[in-house]
Design a protein around this ligand. Sequence first.
Ligand code: SF4
Ligand code: SF4
Length: 151
Amino acid sequence: MQDLRLLAQAKRGQRGLENKSGLVGWDEVTQGTVLPSFEGDATNIANLKSEERAYSNFNSYTATVASWRVKKPVFNRDICIDCQNCWVWCPDSSILSRDKQMLGIDYDHCKGCEVCVEVCPTNPKSLLMFGEYTELEEALAQWPEKKKKEK
Ligand code: SF4
Ligand code: SF4
């Protein structure tokens, strides 16, 4: 299993939204202000991996919304077939995938919406929702068995 920290640079989720870190609120920004998402020239940004990009402090990559969640998706590698459905459907780009292999979840940005669980096609699902403070081993120990087809 790849270390998920390899997919994140130091700026990912470094500040909570309640901590302004010197930034002004949305209602304090002067009309017409430009807030660049990246530092410097961003011409080639689409060809860089997320951890290689020079994010500015205005970019949501640098903030975390983890404090919003009460439930989180847990990933079970043993069942996953790397179909990428969860990656395609996640509304917050919080599924971490590389070279068509599902790696896990970016818990700094996941909102706990459960869409990834809904679209996972395996039996049982490879993603299931658990309470925010459930440990991985505890969640995996509670994983359901494969459901038999009804005749
Ligand atoms: S729970 Fe929602 S936000 Fe979190 S990884 Fe799944 S689809 Fe994305
Ligand atoms: S939808 Fe399920 S089976 Fe497909 S990549 Fe995601 S976790 Fe794996």
